[in-house]
Ligand binder design. Sequence first.
Ligand SMILES: [Zn+2]
Length: 448
Amino acid sequence: MSVTVYEPDVLVANGVVTPRGRLAVDAAGRVVATPPGAAAIRLEGKALLPGLVNAHSHAFQRVIRGRAEHLARGKSADDFWSWRETMYAAATALDPDGVELASRQAFVEMALAGVTAVGEFHYVHHQSDGTPYSDVHELARRVVKAARDVGLRIRLLRVAYARAGFQVAANPRQRRFLDPDAATALERTASLRRALQGDGLVSVGLAPHSVRAVPREWLEAFGASKEEVVHLHVAEQPAEIAACLTEHGRRPVELLADTGLLKRGTTLVHAIHLEDRERSLVGRSGAGVCACPTTEANLGDGVVAADALLAEGVPLSLGSDSHATIGLLEEARRLEEHLRLVRGRRAVLDPGDGEPHGLSARLFDFASRGGARALGLPGGSLAVGDPADFFTVALPPGLTAPLEAAVFGHAAVRDVAVEGRFLVRDGVHPLAAPTAIAFSQLVSRLQP
Ligand SMILES: [Zn+2]
């Protein structure tokens, strides 16, 4: 079987940094042991690293980037909840072609930033009046098609959404998101999985939107289900905690523990406003946390206490969420930098082992292996037997350490491959230019 061998200036594989290391990829797109004496394709001036995994994305939200960064006329303050109305307006306006195009734009930008796999937290399911499409999976299929046209691996996390909130009047702008009951939500997740069978780079998971958007019976049904990859928004805003205490007499993480959802395979997105005992509960359960620092900063959510979570043994991953910007390496850097601002010191997440690249390696791991773990996907480390999902960066002048170059050095992404096949070569994705033109036209039609 034919094997392709790459030889960058520096290879990062299986947690080891090797100058002039070699990565061998077989015809099936797997990492294999380098055959002795094999000729290598030299990647001069580049470092080669495991592909980045974006564990939390709402691709369509790309259409509102830069359009909600001001106070509405007559308002003296803006917050998450008013931003959400802008986002709902976009969610209401997009037809299936628009959803696919906005998703393609977001996914192209991810590929250009070194992302090889994405977890798409997908909640726009139905027509604008809430009626399901003749194929109930129409929009999910469009999002998956966009990811596969770009070349990304995708876990479609199908969202279950029941209501506006506890004792909150129905919001007509949420009509496109709703399932009638938990059994239907589970059945639709299973039927979507069947519908997407056949492409090994596509998989499906379950995403109860939040403890605000589904009642306790739904959480219990999901906790008792066989769904193995479950993602939820948890404790993003203080109002959610207050509502949860009013409705259930306990905090969100406690409610998840009570309903069988706090376990290995579950990822809590954000998990910002937690108490110490909730972090201990998460740590003991095997569940993970996905931080989205650029979105959390943009929305004024707060800072994920990654240091306290790591002390409890909680595995971390990262997401670009609202796509205010798209770059997993920026998310990794800002996870650390937000904590520097809050704690008033440097190298907060350094593992403390005296290794000069310990902090960079740890942050990079959240952006690669941590994301793969959160999405239940293979790889993230380029070990022998893993899929050859990787990217290269141009080493900036004066910086030869690849992990520092990637996380703190603003190194430019040059090439991106999934299962050994290149989506991006020398900074170019073939769909980038045509998608940008069509996407610009879409956004100007939506918001003239
Ligand atoms: Zn989100």
